[in-house]
Structure formats: structure tokens, C-alpha cells
Design a protein around this ligand. Structure first.
Ligand code: XBP
Ligand code: MG
Length: 259
């Protein structure tokens, strides 16, 4: 029987709702500090999220929305992203971004059950380590390994590099590992790495674009009752909250090829 050995969590949108009031605001503050006339509203930012990695996102915006020449865009993007990283790291250090409900409980349950826990994100290491420490606490963080960031995986999602590097460090077969994601690019990265993919859609994700996932629910847990099931191609039995038992049965069902 195929058993669950590891769970690899994405960060942005998955462990916390970081985009709308976190990254987006930090990009705008960086533009302002550098005297650049750009401001990203929520609608535009939702579109730009199709481009993963902050520096790539700025470069894409300059070239495609502002007609800036590629060499010039690359220089502006580098400076603006460095400033954005400083600002976001400070925001995160102030502790204003809470984990999504149920995330800490799920991590504890997995560790308790002897399942390894790791992180794979396209974000920059500078702020990722500060955010993880704030969200999960240093006790849990000591047990989460590896933490793969955009610094180690320059090929951003949907490229599977971040997931492949985490599987390598875990010495785990992809079919025995669950990737926990929130976005289409994340699902594509996880599936390209051959992993089982569980999704709780984020702030900006459209559930209709997440159909390659093995299971989609509306939350890890809901204060008012059971989680809602949005996509369940393997027909696994979903209890009131997302727990270690559910991720175990998902790996078994995916291996058996049900659905
Ligand atoms: C998240 C991202 C990140 C952040 C910005 O994607 O694309 O780039 O938006 O972080 P995922 P940086 O959740 O799929 O990893 O500015 O540090 O790149
Ligand atoms: Mg994400």
C-alpha cells in the first residue's frame, strides 16, 4: 500500500493570505520610494499573479503594460524588487499576517504522525524565513525541512524545480508526497513533479482553474462547520476538517488511480 511520507506546503496564499494586503502593498510602497509612477490595484494585481516571482512580475508589467525596453525593465525590476523585499520583510517581522485557520493544527498532526513536513515556495528567502517563523513559531520551524525558496529554485512555478528539490532533500518518491497549494501555477508545478496535490484556493485563485488537483476544499477548517469540497476526483471521504488521515487516504486513492 502507498503510504504518505511527506507533505510539502506552498507559502503565499496557502499558509497565509499574503498577496492582497501584503505583497501588493509592498510592491506599491517600493515603487513610491523609488519615485516610480506605478501603482497596482487589486484587479491588476490579480492578473499579474499569473507571473510568479516578484522580480519577474515587475519586469513583465514594465515590458507588457508600460512598453519599457527589456534591458531597462530588467534594471528597474531588480532595484524595485530589492526594495520590495526589504519592505515586505519588515511588514512580516511586525507579525501582522496570521496563518490560515487550521494550518498550525495540521502541521502538528502531521509531525506527530511521523510524516515529514517541508516548504516549497517561489518567494525570496529573506522574507520567507521571517514569515514562517512568525506564522508557525520557532518550535515547529526546527522540525520543518527542507525550506526551498525562490533563491534555491530560480525556475519559478509552474516549473516543478522547487518541488523536485524538496523531494530530493526528503529522499521521497513523488507519489508518497502531498503538495499543499492555493494557485494554478502551484498545482501545475506539483503535478509536473509527479506529486499528489491538495488545494485550498487562495484569495486570488479561481477554483475552476484548479481541476488538475487531486482534491480541493474551501478551507483547512471552518469555524462554522465542516469544510466544503470543491473538487474530489478520487472520491475520498472528507471529514469536518483537513487532517493527516485525509491526506493519507488521498495518497492511497491517487496511487490506486481512482477517479
Ligand atoms: C507566490 C509568488 C511570489 C510572491 C512574491 O507564488 O509568486 O512571487 O507573489 O514574492 P507561490 P517575491 O505561492 O506559487 O510560490 O517578491 O519574493 O518573489
Ligand atoms: Mg501560492
Amino acid at each position: 500500500m502507498t503510504d504518505l511520507e511527506a507533505v510539502v506546503f506552498d507559502v503565499d496564499g496557502t499558509l497565509a493570505d499574503t498577496e492582497r494586503h501584503g505583497h501588493r502593498v509592498a510592491f506599491n510602497r517600493a515603487f513610491e520610494r523609488l519615485g516610480l509612477p506605478y501603482r497596482w490595484d487589486e484587479e491588476l494585481y490579480g492578473e499579474l499573479l499569473a507571473i510568479t516571482g516578484g522580480e519577474r512580475r515587475i519586469r513583465h508589467y514594465l515590458e507588457n503594460h508600460r512598453g519599457v525596453r527589456p534591458e531597462e525593465a530588467a534594471g528597474i525590476a531588480r532595484d524595485a524588487h530589492a526594495e520590495k523585499t526589504r519592505i515586505f520583510t519588515q511588514v512580516v517581522g511586525e507579525g501582522g499576517i496570521p496563518p490560515r485557520p487550521g494550518v498550525c493544527r495540521l502541521v502538528d498532526e502531521l509531525l506527530e504522525a511521523g510524516i515529514r513536513v517541508a516548504v516549497a515556495t517561489t518567494g525570496s528567502r529573506d522574507w520567507v524565513v521571517v514569515l514562517l517563523d512568525r506564522l508557525l513559531g520557532s518550535g515547529r520551524m526546527r522540525r520543518i525541512d527542507p525550506v526551498i525558496t525562490g533563491d534555491e529554485a530560480p525556475l519559478r512555478k509552474p516549473d516543478p524545480q522547487a518541488y523536485l528539490l524538496s523531494l530530493q532533500a526528503l529522499a521521497c518518491e513523488p507519489g508518497r508526497a502531498v503538495a499543499v497549494e492555493d494557485s494554478r501555477n502551484g498545482v501545475r508545478a506539483a503535478k509536473a513533479a509527479g506529486m499528489v496535490c491538495f488545494v485550498v484556493p487562495g484569495d486570488f485563485s479561481d477554483p475552476a482553474e484548479l481541476l488538475e488537483a487531486d482534491l480541493v476544499t474551501d478551507a483547512f477548517e471552518n469555524p462554522g462547520g465542516a469544510v466544503g469540497v470543491l473538487h474530489n476526483p478520487h472520491g475520498v471521504q472528507v471529514g469536518p476538517a483537513v487532517d493527516a488521515r485525509l491526506l493519507r487516504s488521498l495518497v492511497r486513492a491517487a496511487a490506486a488511480g481512482t477517479g
